[in-house]
Design a protein around this ligand. Structure first.
Ligand SMILES: Cc1cc2nc3c(=O)[nH]c(=O)nc-3n(C[C@H](O)[C@H](O)[C@H](O)COP(=O)(O)OP(=O)(O)OC[C@H]3O[C@@H](n4cnc5c(N)ncnc54)[C@H](O)[C@@H]3O)c2cc1C
Length: 1022
């Protein structure tokens, strides 16, 4: 439902009563006044946020330090990180800005590290000079120790104890707690197992500590993503089978001692799955006594209210009250980005803060109206939200508030004084070591540092209490449109010139069921591919095409062209080119946009062909169609920009100079099997938009999808003679290149084939034709010890094994700093074991087949040979169905240098090289010595390193702190240097120009008798 409609319906569900709103606002303002007065109880965090919120450079730098410093094992990298982050700030500008004694006394690092570095007299005399000197001396261990210590202190603000025993000791007798065992989302089975053990141990420890009649004082909060390495919708069956029993076991243990267990809420993509699991546990575990299993609902989610209705129904069904913790939600920024990246039709969350607040209030109202079904737990640090819940509750006190450890202390102290018989308060208490704290800490810092956050605003004394306590309902009412115009909708990401391609949500059970049905069952009748000349498919039966995931599945036939058809294709294309060129940029663009729309309309017909013929997994198939659509829309926009009208150039008066761009003639487009739709359509679209006629030759492995694509383009209006398809094997492709009428070649494939094409073109007695070649890469990623290994693991797995490593951008050689190499290899190997290699038609498959038996055999031979040299570190398992197809198990091989590889191994094989932290530069030189220059990845929190690297390395695409595949058209134009290709980059602003020829038209406007323009110039004009 569009945000406006949803917000309108929330407004209807809230009482329209100004006096009521004013009384809540007044109560909230009174709490704020009390909180501000309570300076003695301000936490270190409060002081930190007041001075270094997210809104200044220093605040961001310190957050980066906080996030990374604790996990860096070597002093060299730690020093660099400190220098990097401290270097960006204007630290002295913060001096004297705060009236807080501590903040004012030094920079934040020093405030918190008073124990380690005493602030000496030099500092008090001249703080700015002292800070500069400090920055110069950063390498000194004492400073490094000081900053580390600072991070630790900040960490302990949020953590109740490193172990449950320590936490229990530190817990205050008068508080109720919900203990959370800190942990990153698990990437491998071992981490999930460890986390499960920590929970079991925590619950058992609580049993020992819980006194009679005090069980309700304790509970635990569980993050499901830490309990299973693949807690995602695509793995639903596996998650229900493996995680279901685990969570039931914990819930039973908790139920036995009468304590509550709450399932934390995570990303919106996981909502359906978490509800399935919750229902399962709620129905399976019936506590004799005590609160039982509870759920968290995020008010920022557009589905919040229906989820509450669902919970009420479930409570009635199981005949038990369900604890519901209502939060606003902690992943707002991530949800917005994810929806944009995936091209979803809309965001799963509200886009204005006030709408989230309104949603919270409407949800709270519903919860409080159903006390028999729901035990309300209102988790917030916002005074207005507290006051509103109190107003809604009236006299009722059958609910509780919750706050996070280290936050909200003075808020609830003030509220408890203000209201009679204030409800119970529970503290959410993270337990864990500093290493485990990071993800949690970053969330908290981000949340509280944001200038929309209540905590941040309350610290800003310039804002009057009434303003901070403004009624959000009033704000929502007076704000149009409901959707924040500053947050770009996924479809509008590329502005007015083109619509973003739309994605398909593979966490939507309906979409998934429909797609899977189409992909799993055999095609209703065999497909047929053949050359298409003048819009007519050629005849003949041709060779059979099989599914590489199941060689028994016959997909169809391909009739290959003979020499006479090639001649005919050139005849037709040359005949059509002038008219097509004359259609102009605008005319051609409109037709290509129609192609893009049609491709989106027909994607559910195209996806099964991509899955069966090219072995694409479902997410890869969707991404491929999106890329093809993006190419069409992008090049259409480029055609308008560059080809619509001639450009007027400067010159003397009495003369007009016009520069226009035109097609070169007949372009031959030769595309590979690994992106049989996206690259195929991308090359054709670019050549056509520049005004060329096209002869397209798809890879011999994937003619079926190419045939369908050309039919689709013709049916969308591309003139049939301007686009001809020739289906042939490699050797006949050579005949296309050699043809005297070939005016240019766009080629994507191996470096070797590109060289042959180059020679063939050069050998012709014909005009010299351009070759646009995009070839392979020996792509490297560098990981230093400041990187977050969980994130590295995700990105390595996607980059090396996604699409079975059959992408030219795929990661081939991973350079790991030796200090973290063993840990990283273990985590990556663990994550490899969690991959499902098998039939790509199944949603739960991560890695599909290798395109041909020859290719698979060569990859296996390479692994065998390396294994013989003792290089093999890990091989992932294959699913049973792999016997029928051409699969290769993902492998991790350790080598000394990239030079151990004679060529690119185009499959799911990852090579690892270790490097010393102090020898980063020579590791980079090693990687570059291959001569390829396509993609390069870096995982590091040291920004200067990223900047320097991207400046120095001769590669086409550099990716920092993310995966290195899946370049987005128009955002990350794709293509390499050196052995990796000629450029210009596909999907970039210079690409179409290479397909074009230029013409200037100079007119002497005085030739017909005098310069009328000059003579009629107005004498008075300036
Ligand atoms: C005890 C406890 C347990 C928690 N458990 C969970 C959990 O399981 N899962 C989880 O996700 N979070 C959880 N949280 C975190 C919680 O979501 C945040 O602390 C909360 O959002 C902050 O809300 P507030 O009312 O304190 O602050 P406020 O400052 O009033 O609200 C800030 C929130 O508003 C929302 N917001 C900010 N900007 C926008 C915008 N432009 N459009 C729409 N919404 C916006 C965001 O949700 C942001 O976090 C928990 C918090 C507590 C106290």
């Amino acid at each position: 439902m569009p945000e406006q409609m949803l917000v309108d319906s929330l407004l209807e569900a809230w009482p329209h009563d100004d006096a009521y709103a004013r009384s809540i606002q007044a109560a909230a303002a009174a709490i704020i006044v009390a909180v501000r007065a309570d300076r003695a109880n301000r936490t270190v965090l409060d002081r930190f946020l007041a001075e270094y919120g997210l809104s200044n450079r220093e605040g961001i730098a310190l957050m980066c330090l906080a996030e990374a410093l604790l996990r860096i094992p070597d002093s060299n990298t730690a020093d660099r990180l400190i220098a990097d982050k401290i270097g960006v700030g204007e630290w002295s500008s913060h001096l004297g800005q705060s009236d807080d004694m501590l903040v004012n006394a030094s920079t934040w690092a020093l405030i918190l590290t008073g124990q380690v570095v005493s602030v000496d007299r030099a500092f008090s005399a001249n703080p700015a000079t002292w800070l500069r000197q400090l920055a110069n001396r950063l390498g000194e261990p004492v400073i490094q120790g000081a900053v580390r210590q600072a991070m630790r202190i900040l960490g302990t603000e949020f953590v109740l104890g490193r172990t449950i025993e320590e936490a229990l000791k530190r817990s205050a007798a008068h508080h109720a707690y919900s203990y959370d065992m800190l942990g990153e989302a698990a990437r491998d089975g071992a981490s999930a197992e460890r986390y499960f053990g920590a929970y079991r141990h925590a619950i058992e420890s609580l049993e020992a500590s819980v006194q009679d009649g005090e069980a309700e004082r304790s509970s635990v909060s569980v993050k499901l993503s830490a309990l299973h390495p693949r807690y995602e919708f695509a793995q639903r069956e596996r998650v229900l089978a493996e995680l279901g029993p685990r969570i039931c076991a914990l819930a039973e243990l908790a139920a036995e001692i009468g304590i509550g267990l709450t399932i934390d809420a995570e990303e919106a993509d996981r909502l359906d799955l978490s509800l399935d699991l919750f229902e399962h546990v709620a129905k399976s575990v019936q506590p004799v006594d005590g609160p039982g299993v509870g759920i968290v609902i995020q008010a920022y989610g557009k589905r919040a209210l229906p989820v509450i209705d669902w919970t009420i129904a479930l409570a009635r069904d199981i005949g038990r009250r369900i604890p519901v913790r209502l939060v606003k939600g902690a992943y707002w920024d991530a949800e917005i980005k994810h929806a944009q990246v995936m091209g979803y039709p809309d965001f799963p969350v509200f886009t204005r803060k006030a709408a989230t607040d309104l949603s919270y209030l409407v949800c709270a109202r519903k919860i409080l109206a159903h006390p028999a079904e729901i035990a309300g737990q209102f988790a917030t640090h916002n005074a207005h939200t507290v006051a509103a819940v109190m107003a809604l509750a009236g006299e009722a006190r059958n609910f509780e508030f919750q706050r996070l450890h280290g936050m909200g202390e003075s808020l609830y102290a003030a509220a408890a004084k203000q209201y009679e018989n204030f409800p119970a308060l529970r503290v959410y208490a993270p337990v864990g070591s500093h290493e485990d704290l990071l993800a949690y800490l970053v969330r908290r810092l981000l949340e509280n540092g944001a200038n929309t956050s209540f905590v941040n605003r309350v610290l800003n004394e310039r804002l009057p209490p009434e303003q901070i306590a403004t009624d959000p309902v009033g704000v929502v009412r007076s704000t149009t449109p409901a959707a924040h115009p500053g947050i770009t909708q996924p479809a509008a990401l590329f502005g007015p010139t083109r619509v973003n391609s739309s994605g398909l949500d593979l966490t939507d059970p309906d979409h998934v069921a429909r797609l899977q049905r189409r992909c799993v069952r055999p095609l209703s009748s065999p497909l047929r591919a053949a050359s298409i000349l003048a819009g007519h498919p050629g005849g003949g039966a041709g060779r059979a095409v099989f599914n590489p995931a199941n060689r028994d599945e016959h997909l169809g036939y391909c009739a290959d062209a003979d020499q006479s058809e090639i001649e005919r294709a050139f005849e037709l294309a040359s005949g059509a080119q002038a008219d097509w060129d004359a259609a102009g940029g605008e005319g051609r663009a409109r037709l290509l946009e129609a192609v893009a729309d049609k491709m989106e309309d027909e994607r559910e017909r195209l996806i099964p062909i991509l899955v069966k013929e090219a072995g694409k997994t479902l997410p890869d198939a969707i991404a491929e169609i999106r890329e093809a659509v993006d190419f069409c829309r992008y090049y259409a926009a480029e055609a308008r920009r560059l080809f619509a009208d001639p450009r007027r150039l400067p010159g003397p008066t009495g003369e007009s100079n016009l520069l226009s761009l035109h097609g070169r003639g007949v372009f031959v487009c030769i595309s590979p099997w690994n992106f049989p739709l996206a690259i195929f359509a991308g090359q054709i679209a670019a050549a056509l938009m520049a005004g060329n006629a096209v002869i397209a030759k798809p890879a011999e492995e994937t003619p079926l999808i190419a045939f369908e694509a050309v039919r689709l383009m013709h049916s969308a209006g591309i003139p049939v003679n301007a686009l001809n398809l020739i289906t042939v094997d490699g050797s006949v492709g050579e005949a296309l290149v050699r043809h005297s009428q070939t005016a240019g070649v766009a080629f994507t494939g191996s470096t070797q084939a590109a060289r042959l094409i180059n020679r063939s073109l050069a050998a012709r007695d014909a005009p010299v034709a351009p070759l646009i070649a995009e070839t392979g890469g020996q792509n490297a990623m560098f990981v230093d010890s400041s990187a977050l290994l969980e994130q590295v693991t995700d990105d390595v797995i996607q980059s090396a094994f996604g699409s079975a490593g059959q992408r030219c951008s795929a990661l081939r050689v991973l350079y790991l700093q030796e200090d973290i190499a063993d840990k990283a290899i273990d985590m990556i190997a663990g994550a490899m074991d969690e991959l499902r290699v098998g039939n790509p038609a199944r949603l739960d498959t991560d890695v599909g087949p290798i395109i041909s038996e020859d290719a698979a055999a060569s990859l296996r031979a390479h692994v065998r040979e390396m294994d013989g040299r003792g290089a093999c570190r890990h091989v992932a398992p294959l699913a049973g169905e792999c016997e029928k197809g051409t699969f290769v198990a993902p492998a991790l091989l350790e080598i000394d240098s990239i030079n151990a590889l004679a060529r690119e191994h185009f499959g799911p094989i990852l090579h690892v090289v270790r490097f010393q932290g102090s020898r980063f530069a020579s590791a980079v030189r090693d990687a570059m010595s291959s001569g390829y220059g396509l993609t390069l990845g870096l995982h590091s929190r040291i920004e200067a390193r990223a900047e320097k690297l991207s400046e120095l390395v001769p590669v086409g695409n550099v990716y920092v702190n993310r995966n290195m595949i899946g370049a987005v058209v128009g955002s990350q134009p794709f293509g390499g240097q050196g052995l990796s290709g000629t450029g210009p980059k596909a999907g970039g602003p210079h690409y179409l120009l290479r397909f074009a020829t230029e013409k200037t038209l100079t007119l002497n406007t005085t030739a017909t008798g005098g310069n009328a323009e000059l003579l009629s110039l107005d004498a008075d004009s300036p």
